[in-house]
Design a protein around this ligand. Structure first.
Ligand code: C2O
Ligand code: CU
Length: 429
């Protein structure tokens, strides 16, 4: 294990200010995992980020450009990167066993793929991911519209909880209870905002991302009047009035709104709301008279006739019925990847998946390489997502147009659950 010396901690001191976005179009990006001291509420917490920063650098590029990113593994263990929500070629998806081998210490891997959809995405380690992601190995991946909406600022806000021990240090201990309940919930909550300054009357685009390993955030935005314009990177056909925002691990929400006062980002699942970050106005500008418009849609394949219906049953955890998987959690009675995929589809098939949560806890189910439609009671598609939150005891049907060839992971994005069995895969020929 590396030693943390004073110099590394000093590098960490400046890590509280987010680095400038890397414009991926200009050159290729290099991502190196590094130890970072993160200052939260006056305490220095030793974490693991990319390029001396937690969160890692924001990568930005225009829609349809090609992202070239070299991962250089400076760790003493393996790693790899997954580009969450991007519809990319299977070999670039960064999933151990299914799409690539772990990048060994001292090794590197070149990721290169086009980004077909504009929106808010993110990247994160997908190896020993409960440990590596909880320690900070993630960052935003922003794909810009060719004609972006008219706003004064485009701000990324990442919501994070961190588990610390009695001394206030990052807690890496194994806590058996985390694997059978809601997971590894942190005791420190914060948010990283790429801007802290605004003016009354400014129109802001806020891109909220939840890279936390297990926590579902329930967010209230105060001081801003506006609409939700996208979920998991995909524009809503009709923007929705701003109300409580629920973000399961992995999920994103884009908001466009006009500043009326101090913009407060509040987490409100506890008994009293907790201020995670704020964007403070100084001065003002004339408010825009234009209404909030929908973002231009991304071009995704539309659902056709359903050719297969498959049940995906979430099982296990504390209070759950027994199942035959080896871990605490299982999908369809198997913990971890089964030898055969749960779905084998021809390219372009529309598959209905019935997600059934037979456990006492919520799960955020994520499909790689595709977005899927949530549906209403009559099986009509409603919104596109790449991660859907299924509450304890709830069932939900999703429509997947499986048009991206390869072996794709489906798993609970509560990474404690994933680690202890809640993962499976499907195959698109
Ligand atoms: Cu965001 Cu399989 O991960
Ligand atoms: Cu779960």
């Amino acid at each position: 294990m590396m030693n943390i010396n004073r110099r590394q901690l000093l590098i960490g001191l400046s890590a509280a200010a987010l680095p400038q976005p890397i414009l991926a179009a200009e050159s290729s990006v290099i991502l190196r995992p590094t130890r970072v001291g993160l200052s939260v509420n006056g305490r220095m917490i030793e974490m693991l980020g990319f390029n001396n920063s937690v969160p890692g650098p924001e990568i930005r590029l225009p829609q349809n450009d090609t992202l070239s990113a070299r991962l250089e593994n400076t760790l003493e263990e393996g790693t790899m990167i997954h580009w969450h929500g991007i519809r990319l070629p299977n070999t670039m998806d960064g999933v151990n066993v299914l799409t690539q081998d772990a990048v060994i210490p001292g090794g590197s891997f070149d990721y290169r793929f086009a980004v077909p959809d504009a929106g808010t995405f993110w990247y994160h380690s997908h190896y020993l991911s409960l440990d590596q992601v909880s320690r900070g190995m993630f960052g935003p991946l922003i794909v810009e519209e060719r004609n972006p909406p008219d706003v004064d600022q485009d701000i990324t806000i990442q919501l994070l909880d961190i588990l610390t021990d009695a001394e206030g240090n990052f807690d890496r201990a194994f806590h058996p209870a985390h694997y059978t309940t809601e997971g590894r919930l942190g005791d420190v909550m914060t948010a990283f905002s790429s801007s802290s300054q605004t003016r009354v009357g400014e129109r802001l685009r806020l891109r909220l991302i939840n890279p936390s390993v297990d926590r579902v955030f329930k967010i209230a935005l105060q001081g801003l009047s506006g609409v939700v314009v996208a979920l998991d990177g995909m524009p809503l056909a009709e923007p929705q009035l701003l109300s409580e925002l629920v973000l399961a691990p992995g999920q994103r929400v884009d908001v466009i709104g006009d500043v009326e006062a101090d913009v407060h980002v509040l987490e409100q699942s506890a008994s009293k709301p907790l201020l995670l970050t704020k964007i403070s106005p100084s001065g003002s500008r004339d408010e825009r008279q234009t209404a909030f418009a929908p973002l231009p849609p991304n071009r995704l394949p539309q659902p056709g006739r359903i050719t297969q219906s498959v049940d995906l049953v979430m099982q296990g955890g504390a209070g759950g019925k027994p199942h035959s998987g080896f871990g605490s959690w299982a999908l369809n009675d198997v913990s971890g990847l089964p030898r055969q995929p749960i779905i084998s589809a021809g390219r372009g098939e529309t598959v209905l998946i019935r997600l059934r949560n037979d456990t006492a806890f919520p799960h955020g189910i994520h499909l790689h390489g595709h977005h899927f439609w949530e549906t209403d009671e009559s099986q009509a598609p409603t919104v596109l997502r790449d991660t859907t939150l299924v509450e304890a005891g709830e069932s939900r049907e999703i429509l997947c147009v499986l048009d991206n060839p390869g072996a794709w992971l489906i798993h609970c994005h509560m990474l404690s659950h994933q680690e202890d069995g809640m993962a499976t895969w499907l195959l698109v020929a």
